[in-house]
Design a protein. Structure first.
Length: 147
């Protein structure tokens, strides 16, 4: 089989998979296949075509994916859980990671909570900031009083 035809088919497959999924997962390899198609059309050796395919695919993935992901995800709405990150909570039961205890309130709801640092315990009434959500636990950090 002619390698130009092979690379062209591979290019079409990668583009079709990308169009079907819109997951930014195969478009980078489509670029590599396109370069390999051109290399094959100019009669370059097969090992060089493969090297070009891999190199271009990896470079496209490394340099353009972060930009593309940021661009395509800018209008994505946060889920309820993601929207909790950065919000203030009040400790209603002492938080001690080593003992596995602690609760906070957030928006009128009680949550199990842990601190970002196992060495830190937070007393009842302390104010914290949600840094992450781990399953059904809020991971918080003590809010430093503004001066």
């Amino acid at each position: 089989m002619d390698m130009t035809f092979f690379w062209l088919i591979l290019f079409v497959v990668f583009v079709l998979v990308e169009l079907a999924t819109m997951g930014l997962s195969t478009i980078w390899f489509a670029g590599g296949a396109l370069v390999a198609t051109i290399a094959s059309a100019f009669g370059l050796p097969i090992p060089l075509q493969v090297i070009l395919f891999l190199t271009v695919s990896i470079l496209l993935l490394y340099f353009t994916r972060p930009i593309a992901v940021k661009y395509f995800n800018k209008d994505r709405a946060k889920t309820n859980i993601e929207s909790y990150v950065g919000r203030e909570v009040i400790v209603i039961s002492e938080i001690d990671n080593l003992q596995g205890i602690g609760q906070v309130t957030l928006g009128g709801q009680e949550w199990t909570a842990r601190t970002t640092n196992n060495a830190v315990t937070l007393p009842i009434g302390a104010v914290g900031i949600v840094k992450a959500v781990d399953g059904v636990k809020l991971i918080i950090e003590e809010k430093i009083a503004e001066q």
